[in-house]
Design a protein around this ligand. Structure first.
Ligand code: ZN
Length: 443
């Protein structure tokens, strides 16, 4: 719910990107070493042939269905709460209070945002506690202690307050100085902000929540580094994180930018998968790295933010004219308008969600292909996805509407099918894969 709340907030939409690059870049397992290893496996009697997509367990179906209900409720909640701040006049009252305390324009903005964020945190707390702690435990997906959950939640709140105070005065300054073009300048400013957020996340944000270090299994690390070398990624960019403190689910991700760019493997994944499966997972992540997906996501998100800000610009005035008596403000440049911006932002992002998800699924699919090309072991890739499905209580073939709005990755059914069908090396030079295929050929 904290993440959900981030998504409501103008600039936190940006942070959600950086925070959720992991989310975007996640769930890539499947591994396959190379053809000779596959032949060796076959020679010693290990199974070969296509890997079946398992039927979801009854528990997975329940988790999935209740997850949809929770998502729908969270979406509704994300519109309802900012609306309440507006229509009850609460937002205007917080602004008046902030003016009394802060006096100077900049401090009024910072104080308003801090009070608003704190109230929102308290309102969201029960739902956040249920969805992030109670529910995960009741399905056996978490062994996180209540203390760790609460400390993570408080740290996220502190980050949100600090980031709001540092950055959110900028769009309000632009709203005052350039009421007609503020959306354009704010959209432009979002680009360096996104880059900055992506750059500092792995070194300043992530370590506040978990411990990151080199791989503990040195034999595995050597193989991963050899794979990274073949993918053209310099050493020292692979990290292990102690996610077992938080969850029993599996994952890996790429994040960072420039010098901070890295691949992170959850220790839960290391414990659950065999070496070949892990190598496929890493091959997938290396695909994100080599194929420039961080840049592509930043470009895509920048365009989405610009468009959304433009739509807010075109519609907020009408809302304010219509409801100014209830809202208690008559201009978008008044900080009391913040819940209105959040509300409109959430609404437009909800509409744009299928496009964003579809873009992300394409990126993920390209990384799956890369992983298969570099490891050449389709079967281990497929079994890695099977483990992902089982351990994360995923449903392999969700309803198309669910897929459209919520699937940031191809469904696990699609991914396992792809592993069964795809023939590495057959697609020599197509845009993305050519970067790597060339290297393979050179080798
Ligand atoms: Zn991925």
């Amino acid at each position: 719910m904290i993440i959900m709340r981030f998504s409501l907030s103008l600039f936190f939409c940006i942070l959600i990107f950086s925070l959720s690059l992991p989310v975007f870049a996640r769930q890539q397992e499947i591994n396959s070493p190379d053809a000779s290893a596959a032949q060796a496996a076959a020679a010693v009697g290990q199974p070969s042939g296509p890997v079946a997509v398992p039927e979801p367990s009854e528990k997975a179906l329940r988790y999935h269905q209740s997850g949809i209900v929770l998502w729908l409720f969270g979406t509704f909640w994300g519109i309802l709460i900012p609306a309440l701040f507006l229509f009850t006049g609460l937002s205007a009252r917080i602004r008046t209070l902030a003016q009394k305390i802060g006096r100077k324009w900049f401090f009024v903005i910072a104080i308003y945002l801090t009070i608003f964020t704190l109230i929102l945190y308290v309102i969201d707390l029960p739902l956040a506690y249920y969805s992030g702690f109670v529910r995960e435990h009741s399905y056996g997906l978490s062994n996180q202690s209540l203390g760790k959950w609460f400390s993570d939640s408080t740290i996220a709140l502190a980050i949100e307050i600090v980031v709001n105070a540092i950055f959110l005065w900028l769009p309000y300054l632009l709203l005052r100085r350039s009421p007609k073009r503020w959306w354009f300048y704010t959209g432009l400013l979002a680009i360096p902000f996104l880059i900055l957020a992506t750059l500092i996340q792995p070194i300043w944000i992530d370590p506040l929540f978990n411990d990151f270090g080199p791989m503990k299994n040195k034999g595995l690390e050597t193989k991963i580094l050899a794979l990274a070398d073949r993918a053209g990624i310099s050493g020292g960019r692979v990290y292990e994180v102690n996610k077992s403190a938080d969850t029993k689910t599996l994952n890996a991700y790429v994040n960072g930018f420039g010098q901070t760019k890295r691949i992170v493997l959850w220790d839960t994944t290391i414990a659950r998968m065999n070496e070949n499966e892990l190598l496929f997972v890493m091959g997938h992540e290396m695909g994100h790295y080599v194929l420039g997906h961080v840049w592509k996501l930043i470009g895509f998100l920048s365009a989405l933010i610009m468009l959304t800000l433009f739509l807010i610009h075109r519609t907020a005035g009408w809302m304010i004219n219509r409801f100014r008596d209830k809202f208690g403000f008559d201009s978008l440049s008044d900080i009391a308008s913040y819940p209105l911006i959040i509300l409109l932002f959430s609404g437009y992002l909800f509409i744009a969600q299928p496009i964003a998800m579809s873009f992300n699924r394409w990126i993920e699919h390209e990384s799956d292909r890369f992983g298969l090309e570099i490891t050449r072991n389709n079967r281990d890739a497929a079994t890695a996805f099977v483990k992902l499905q089982e351990d994360n209580l995923s449903v392999p073939r969700p309803h198309w509407l669910d897929r459209m709005w919520r699937a940031s990755h191809p469904t696990l059914g699609e991914r396992i099918d792809f592993c069964n069908e795809y023939r590495p090396g057959k697609r020599a030079s197509r845009s993305n894969t050519s970067i790597f295929s060339n290297r393979l050929i050179d080798k």
